[in-house]
Write a new protein. Structure first.
Length: 201
């Protein structure tokens, strides 16, 4: 029994080592870029939320807080993928945040989310799939799906700024998917239980 267990552990470690060896430096660089981008986004959206609160836009403020929570999930998922694939987290400093008006901040957020949805994450996914890097594929896909929803929510908030219906917002703590209505059973993105959703105030 003990010998079988040792053999199983050895096989598992060998499989991990092989997976790490086959991952290109480009995928690890891409994950680090995504990690830094999501770290900055989480920080930026917190600042935007404070500005929206100050301007009396309660729903926009909550949306920015929800997105900040989601970007934090993506940041942590990217970090885990980097480490699981044998990479290292690169040192960096958060960008300085200069918040504009809430309308300007929503426009900036739409631009950033649309770029990640349409350009950055699809390009990173191509390389991750070439490498067969499952942790990277999963992390990138989770983020891309959530950014697509964020872009829609931000556009709606901008289109209706000042007359927004004050809807609740929920964020999946597994993948960062963000919704205004809880799914019946499982997350539409990661398929994990709806119990993983957190309501954002």
């Amino acid at each position: 029994m003990k010998k079988t267990f040792i053999l199983l552990i050895g096989a598992a470690l060998a499989a991990v080592t092989m997976a790490q060896a086959s991952v290109s430096p480009q995928t690890l660089d891409n994950l680090n870029t995504a990690f830094q981008g999501e770290s900055n986004a989480a920080n930026r959206y917190q600042a935007f939320a404070k500005k929206a609160d100050a301007e009396g836009y309660a729903y926009a403020a909550r949306l920015f807080r929800a997105a900040a929570k989601a970007e934090g999930v993506h940041r942590d998922t990217h970090k885990k993928a980097i480490l699981d694939l044998g990479g290292k987290i690169k040192n960096f400093q958060l960008d300085e945040v200069k918040a504009g008006t809430t309308a300007e901040n929503l426009q900036a957020a739409i631009k950033g989310e649309s770029y990640e949805r349409d350009t950055m994450y699809p390009e990173f996914m191509v390389q991750a799939k070439k490498d067969g890097a499952k942790p990277a594929i999963r992390a990138l896909l989770y983020a891309q799906k959530a950014e697509a929803e964020h872009a829609k929510l931000y556009q709606d908030a901008l289109d209706n700024l000042g007359k927004n219906v004050d809807r609740p917002l929920y964020v999946c703590k597994v993948c960062g998917y963000t919704v205004t209505q809880l799914p019946a059973n499982s997350c539409a993105s990661c398929r994990e239980s709806v119990s993983n959703y957190e309501r954002i105030n």
